[in-house]
Design a binder for this molecule. Structure first.
Ligand SMILES: [Zn+2]
Length: 149
């Protein structure tokens, strides 16, 4: 998908009835997905969900990782907000790729594979949750509007 096509496909999915989930991560990982090309999310659990995700910055910060993050990383200060949408295409265990799938891949983790990441122009405030959460209809419409404004 081209960037433009991914943007319109995501907006259409949010406005329709496709299952969509929220994925809460701690900064700097959320901005790294949205702006640094991070396409592997390291998790402890497998998931069977595939489809569009709202990439959400939780309220907590990964204090160790944020020390190494670029100071000018876009929306690095954002907390409690959706920064991007992305498609979750599947997942695999680190033993199956030897951490070779991505420079972001960590050992002894499940690698969730992201594609078609589209950053929002402005973050959309939202309350997250652990694991995968189901966004409200109001949030779906708000993120769709931000994608297409
Ligand atoms: Zn991998």
């Amino acid at each position: 998908m081209t960037h433009l096509t991914a943007r319109s496909a995501a907006a259409a999915a949010l406005r329709g009835t496709d299952p969509v989930r929220g994925l809460t991560t701690r900064q700097p990982w959320t901005s790294s997905i949205a702006y640094l090309g991070k396409r592997i999310e390291n998790r402890s659990r497998v998931t069977t969900f595939t489809g569009w995700l709202m990439v959400h910055a939780g309220l907590l910060t990964d204090r160790e990782a944020i020390r190494d993050a670029p100071r000018d990383l876009t929306h690095l200060e954002a907390r409690g907000a959706v920064l991007a949408v992305a498609r979750l295409t599947g997942c695999h265990r680190s033993v199956d790729c030897n951490q070779a799938c991505s420079t972001w891949a960590q050992p002894d983790r499940v690698h969730w594979q992201l594609a078609d990441v589209v950053a929002l122009k402005e973050p959309v405030r939202a309350t997250g949750a652990l694991y995968l959460w189901t966004p409200t209809e109001e949030l779906r419409q708000a993120v769709a509007a931000e994608l297409t404004r």
